[in-house]
Design a protein. Sequence first.
Length: 316
Amino acid sequence: MILYPLRCPMRIVVALGGNALQKPNEKGTPSQLWDNVRRTARLLAASIGDNEVVITHGNGPQVGQLLESMIMAADIYPVQTIDIADAMTQGWLGYLIQTALEEALGFRRRVLALITRVLVDAKDPSFLNPSKPVGRIVSQGEAEELSKRYGWKFERDPRGGYRRVVPSPEPLEILELPIIERLVRDGTVVIAVGGGGIPLVRQGDRLTPVEAVIDKDLASALLAIGLRADRFVILTDVEGVAINYGRQDQRWLREVTTEELKVLYAKGEFPPGSMGPKVLAAVRFAEATGNLAVIGSLDEAPDVIAGRRGTIVRPP
């Protein structure tokens, strides 16, 4: 078995999955969030050392919670747009990770959560075909009422009922990249691109927010490429990338080239709502930089970051 140990110092971008913040069976109470984030911070602290590190994270459940709270209070307070909810969750979750990670590091390193904006194309095809679900499942009548009131689009959910869908455009540029670069170079552990970043489009000399959700893993890969990271790590709730996942002939991939993964991706091996974006993000990073990407379990974070566990994705 080939190992890819960390050399120090190394520049690493770590993308945290949703299980780092809130588990599927949890409501997301403050105590649950703190417990989960502190556990995650301890796992990350075991690997940071003197490395230059940037951490990204998702925000799906939390954005859904905020949007739902706004709807419930719509007769009292105005409902805010998704970009504002994204900014709110970047501050909310960034604060938790920042505090817990500084504690886990024994306050030997400074950690900073940075509100991050991401440029997208106003002509991205996803704006014509919104497909990213957000918020909770509602009845047909409620969907019709919300659509009439706010102009939202709803699609039938496979589990029953209806769910709001929004565009998910390709991330093109991390607007805070130069700032992140300087902070990392100075030794700060940076938390950035929370929830995929706040999506904006250029309109003349203005940056205009759009009602959209950028995929967190693709935005993280773009950040890792821009930072010229030595390693890009995606931590999730499974041990790596598998062929025939969930079937009797399931097979975990220990090491795979980007060419091999692209063939499997084209065959529909990786679902778009789960492993698909992670595989695509790892492929983009490895091909753009010539460096390794690793996909693995949060529970095994130190070993995944070091290349001892998970699926290693490398250029051909």
